[in-house]
Design a protein around this ligand. Structure first.
Ligand SMILES: Cc1cc2nc3c(=O)[nH]c(=O)nc-3n(C[C@H](O)[C@H](O)[C@H](O)COP(=O)(O)OP(=O)(O)OC[C@H]3O[C@@H](n4cnc5c(N)ncnc54)[C@H](O)[C@@H]3O)c2cc1C
Length: 395
């Protein structure tokens, strides 16, 4: 990958920057966290605007409706949208960042033709039904059954931690199609329409007070066999494709948000006074914040490598696991520094003393959740140990 920008790439940046400057002021304020219909309208509306302007699916191949951007243009897109503080993918996270890419890699022509435009235009929101109460890190132990009945599978079981399940139209779901086979060999990857009779969706409230997660119960749910992606019992392999996108390139925008947060943290340190001096005058704290900023820079370099590799090979590979591990560790460290700086204000989720303290407290919770989502740090350490360092297998 040549890291210098060509004239065409500079032109792409200029046009994108102008478009963002033109449309963002008209967007209006972001909806309240708990106003789910408004949040869906906001997220899908932004997606539709990207689609109409030719920016949807920035790195998706042109033949599937994407822009087919080069790795450099993809990075420019992420930089410019973050710089302009444009909306993030929000509820379109699963569809755009891992279900869609999995469909591109693995689905039939009919499945691609139906689903990919719906994701790109913001018409269909997707969720992920992988985890179960006894199958998180050990995902292959999942027990939700899919039994053949003519042209349908009949699903029975329970999923948990299904983000945005209550707002989704489709679910990328793992089911057990052969209970007799070794656990990794009896799984299939299905597209499940969330309005199918027999699906009971119950939102779960987190310690932050929001209900983004759901537990979802499946009771004799009929799903056409034609909705299977990949061969029957080959779903574990397809799931690994999904996870490689989820752990890798899907988190890239979050990295740039973190870079912005380091700046906000420095500003906060300049605003908080203790014993007659601002906290920014503490050389130790400045050094710690500077080091975090430098480490985020290093992760941005790793991201460039991962994106380049994904574009060349269609997959992110273990670089995605390394990125997720390092980024979530660093995000936690940054959160801890913020909590120390905030002192007692860190006990409140709301802003305190007219300072934007709530942002950092929410950020600390988010950092914790990201060490668990899409595979915990311990599990990622196992993967990096085995596949990068060649250490003996965990089990
Ligand atoms: C913000 C967020 C969003 C999520 N969204 C979704 C979603 O949309 N869809 C979905 O399907 N799931 C989702 N999840 C669930 C997520 O994938 C699981 O929480 C995760 O895989 C861990 O599984 P678990 O919670 O069952 O923990 P467990 O697997 O029970 O793990 C408990 C602890 O044991 C450790 N552990 C387990 N096995 C090992 C091992 N072999 N070696 C060392 N340590 C080990 C873990 O690291 C962890 O600390 C989400 C989770 C979060 C936090």
């Amino acid at each position: 990958m040549d890291l210098r920008y060509t004239a065409a790439e500079q032109q792409f940046r200029t046009e994108l920057r102008e478009w963002l400057a033109d449309v963002l002021p008209g967007l209006g304020p972001e909806p309240d966290r708990e106003d789910w219909d408004a949040r869906r309208a906001w997220d899908t509306g932004w997606q539709r605007m990207l689609f109409d302007a030719g920016y949807a699916g920035i790195n998706w191949p042109k033949e599937y409706g994407g822009r087919g951007a080069t790795p450099a243009e993809h990075l420019i897109f992420i930089e410019e949208t973050e710089r302009a503080r444009a909306p993030y993918v929000g509820m379109n996270f699963v569809g755009l960042l891992h279900a869609g890419p999995t469909l591109i890699a693995e689905a039939s022509d009919e499945q691609k033709a139906f689903h990919l435009p719906g994701i790109l235009k913001g018409e269909h929101v997707w969720c992920q039904g992988f985890s179960e109460p006894n199958a998180g890190s050990d995902l292959a132990s999942l027990r939700t059954r899919a039994v053949r009945d003519g042209d349908d599978y009949v699903l029975n079981g329970q999923k948990i931690w299904t983000s945005f399940g209550h707002m989704a139209d489709y679910c990328e779901m793992l089911v057990r199609t052969d209970p007799e086979a070794p656990k990794h060999k009896g799984i299939s990857w299905l597209i499940v329409p969330m309005n199918t009779p027999g699906i009971d969706i119950r939102p779960l409230e987190t310690m932050e007070g929001t209900a983004e997660f759901c537990e979802v119960f499946y009771d004799d749910v009929h799903v056409p066999v034609a909705n299977r992606v990949g061969d029957e019992n080959d779903g574990w392999r397809v799931a690994m494709v999904t996870l490689s996108f989820e752990r890798g390139t899907a988190l890239v925008s979050d990295l740039l948000v973190s870079v912005e947060l380091v700046r906000d943290l420095a500003d906060l340190a300049k605003s908080i006074t203790s014993h007659g001096a601002t906290r920014w005058e503490d050389a130790g704290l400045r050094r710690e914040i500077g080091r975090i900023a430098a480490e985020f820079d290093a992760l941005w370099a790793l991201t460039k490598r991962n994106i380049s590799q994904a574009q060349r090979t269609g997959l992110v590979g273990v670089g995605g696991n390394v990125f997720k591990l390092a980024w979530t560790d660093l995000r936690q460290h940054m959160g801890d520094v913020a909590m120390r700086l905030l002192d007692r204000a860190s006990l409140s989720l709301d802003d305190v003393a007219n300072l934007p303290t709530g942002e950092h407290v929410h950020g600390r919770f988010y950092a914790l959740s990201m060490t668990i989502a899409a595979g915990t740090s311990q599990v990622n350490r196992n993967i990096v140990g085995e596949r990068v360092l060649g250490l003996p297998k965990d089990r």
